[in-house]
Design a protein around this ligand. Structure first.
Ligand code: BV8
Ligand code: ZN
Length: 254
């Protein structure tokens, strides 16, 4: 029996039907939700990330080895993000938050701050933020906006060396933020997984956590250009650019 041809309209209708009767909706986003704003994703560039090996720029070892290279990499991303705007996908998620109010939560792996810039309020940045720096001595965290901080930014409070307040590989996620994201996944009726390859852990664990959550477990809706590691755990698939599919989904809910 040949597989049914994929029908986005039918999947959008199914997703809208599930969302109409839901009160608690959690969203997990990755780099794909910012792609249409002009922010490069991680794995589109065959493992190199804007010309850098991930282990050279997104690990504590890489930072210890060459902090100036890492700061050049992050300043480049800070400046890039300062020049882009949220896209219709970000705005559609704000509309979803308006609909569900306190029943809504958004966990993002993105560090670009575009969800907050679009107006999202309950945002758990499980991998940190490009805007924030953390002192390697006094641990003080500061929001420094998105200006270029130069290659050896120094702490104004203790003179220590600053690092980006970003979770690198082999580093634990911020405890409180991670716990909030897990609780939101455990308690939701619908988990919308947008623009992530779902290969980075423990963030990707939020999907099975939602499915095992409050009985009968959440309905998982994947919103992506392609099938991913999350697809087999998704009940509904909205395949296409999230800047188009999310606004269409919100339209159906009006
Ligand atoms: C940790 C910050 C332990 C940097 C990032 C099991 C359990 C726990 C850990 C592990 C585990 N297995 C392996 C690990 C180790 C590791 C890991 O997950 N490795 C992977 C690669 C196998 N995890 C860690 O190291 C984590 N730490 O576990 O610590 C610990 C515990 C206690 C004490 C000490 C240690 C830390 C992980 C965080 C790493 N930091 N980012 C930075 O951003 O500068 S991860 C990085 O990948 C980004 O945050 C990014 O968001 C994330 C995931 O990538 P995606 O967002 O999914 O982006 P990607 O490009 O992959 O995919 C984009 C998707 O969008 C695609 O599907 C594409 O089709 C789609 N798309 C594109 N355009 C569109 C679109 N979709 C819709 N519309 C479009 N227009
Ligand atoms: Zn300091």
């Amino acid at each position: 029996m040949p597989a049914q041809p994929y029908d986005l309209d039918a999947e959008l209708a199914r997703a809208a039907e599930v969302l109409r009767s839901a009160h608690r909706v959690t969203v997990l986003t990755g780099a794909g939700v910012s792609a249409e704003s002009g922010v490069p994703t991680f794995r589109a560039s065959d493992g190199l990330w804007e010309g850098h090996r991930i282990e050279d720029v997104a690990t504590p070892t890489g930072f210890r080895k060459d902090p100036e290279l890492v700061w050049r990499f992050y300043n480049g991303r800070r400046v890039n993000v300062s020049q882009v705007q949220p896209n219709p996908g970000h705005h559609a998620l704000v509309a979803l938050e308006d609909r569900y109010g306190s029943g809504f939560a958004l966990a993002t792996q993105n560090v670009d701050g575009l969800h907050q810039q679009a107006g999202s309020k309950t945002v758990f940045e499980v991998h940190g933020s490009l805007r924030r720096t953390r002192c390697t001595d006094c641990e003080r965290v500061e929001d420094r906006g998105l200006t270029d901080l130069g290659n050896r930014p120094i702490c104004a409070h203790c003179g220590g060396f600053l690092r980006p307040d970003i979770v690198w590989f082999h580093e634990p996620l911020p405890e409180d933020t991670w716990m909030s994201a897990m609780r939101a996944a455990q308690g939701c009726e619908v988990l919308l997984v947008v623009g992530t390859s779902a290969v980075v852990y423990p963030a990707a664990e939020l999907i099975p956590i939602a499915r095992r959550g409050k009985s009968p477990g959440a309905t998982v809706i994947e919103c992506n250009l392609d099938r991913t590691a999350a697809t087999t755990q998704a009940d509904i698939g909205l395949y296409g650019p999230s800047g188009e599919t999310l606004p269409r989904l919100v339209e159906l809910l009006r």
